[in-house]
Design a protein around this ligand. Structure first.
Ligand SMILES: NC(=O)c1ccc[n+]([C@@H]2O[C@H](COP(=O)([O-])OP(=O)(O)OC[C@H]3O[C@@H](n4cnc5c(N)ncnc54)[C@H](O)[C@@H]3O)[C@@H](O)[C@H]2O)c1
Length: 349
């Protein structure tokens, strides 16, 4: 049986990944331990059904605590570490970069050191996988080709600088010590369980409560939107690929859906209008909802000052992962948006 340690598993993508691995049709023979410090975006209660069903063990703790990490690797006989733990909000990193350095760089170094000790020095063998981001590549002009894994890292924000730094450490541990390691660099995820400071849940909360949605600058920043289930599938596929000796395996994971923030928000608004038309009972629950007022999209947004250093465009070429594993995103933007909006309406934020 494979023994996974999933760090940062109580956050948005980690939670989706755990439900993805434990879905009834999954059929995977896994023992799963989750380590999460439960910082502001971590929600243990969302994992409670998996904990109660004995599908995962949950430990509250910090990836910067090497003694704790080493003891978990030993006790649970871990052979694969998948690291989702990070501080992730660009605006927070601009206001205060220090937690981004600590959790995203020092934390990854600590995990890597503990993995080297247990997997290599003590000879147990094992693999480290880092969840990274397309933001490490910086920003693209409108007509530039999408980034490949060979594109130089050129991060703009303290958040993306911390993630790029972590990527360099993962590659260095593979090259220097021979740690078996991989990195997936994904684009903007959306879906259930996302902390409400991020674009989709924040905009949806505004719309449901009758407030205009704030849009940074002209709203024409382009992102490649990835439904979170497709990302989980990609990570699972990557874990099935063996990195070459002394070389971290790096793969981009895109959603195949480049949209401006305005286009993404308009899709959200039109999806919400359709759902409210089909389900009149929602009117009593959300009497102030913008979708009830039959206004044009332009009337439900408000432009605000742009974010400092806001990257203009992200686009990923994920041909490498497709060629190696057959990966392709299977959820369209329209399908993903409908699923996500319905989920938040049913479960809250
Ligand atoms: N959300 C996206 O669109 C996106 C896109 C690209 C990459 N990523 C990457 O995916 C990973 C997960 O992102 P997310 O959106 O789920 O983040 P999130 O902010 O929702 O969750 C992060 C989780 O990490 C935990 N954590 C933070 N510091 C920790 C520490 N020192 N020790 C233990 N746990 C700690 C938090 O408690 C939280 O549960 C991150 O590494 C992020 O950089 C996210």
């Amino acid at each position: 049986m494979a023994a996974l340690l999933v760090t940062g598993g109580a956050g948005f993508i980690g939670t989706n990944f755990l439900y993805y691995l434990c879905r009834p049709q999954g059929g995977l023979n896994l023992s799963i331990t989750v380590l999460d410090a439960l910082h502001y975006a971590g929600r243990k209660e969302r994992l409670q059904p998996l904990i109660d069903a004995g599908r995962i063990k949950f430990i509250r703790g910090d990836i910067c605590d090497q003694t704790l990490v080493a003891s978990i690797l030993q006790r649970e006989r871990i052979d694969t570490v998948v690291n989702f733990a990070a501080h992730t909000h660009v605006d927070r990193s601009i206001a205060d970069p220090a937690p981004f350095y600590r959790n995203n760089v020092e934390g990854v170094c600590t995990l890597l050191t503990a993995c080297c000790q247990y997997f290599l020095d003590e000879g147990h063998g094992g693999r480290f996988h880092q969840i990274s981001t397309d933001e490490v590549y910086g920003t693209l002009s409108p007509d530039a080709p999408a980034w490949t894994e060979e594109s130089p890292l050129d991060p703009s924000s303290p958040y993306s600088a911390s993630k790029a730094s972590a990527d360099h450490f993962v590659c260095a541990f593979a090259r220097t010590y021979g740690l078996q390691a991989s990195i997936s660099r994904c684009s903007n995820n959306y879906g259930p369980y996302q902390f409400p400071e991020k674009l989709l849940p924040s905009a949806l909360q505004h719309l449901l409560t009758g407030q205009p949605v704030p849009v940074y600058g002209d709203g024409l920043q382009v992102r490649d939107w990835l439904y979170v289930d497709d990302h989980c599938k990609a990570v699972a596929l990557m874990l099935g690929l063996k990195p070459k000796p002394h070389q971290a395996l790096v793969c981009n994971v895109g959603g195949g859906t480049e949209l401006t923030n305005l286009a993404f928000l308009e899709l959200l608004y039109q999806t919400l209008r359709r759902i409210f038309k089909a389900r009149p009972e929602l009117t009593a629950r959300y009497p102030d909802c913008m979708a009830l007022k039959d206004q044009p999209f332009e009337a439900v947004i408000t432009h605000v000052a742009d974010r400092k250093g806001h990257d203009r465009r992200y686009a990923l070429n994920d041909d490498k992962l497709s060629a190696l594993s057959g990966y392709a995103p299977s959820v369209s933007a329209a399908q993903g948006m409908e699923r996500a909006v319905l989920w938040y309406i049913e479960h809250g934020f």
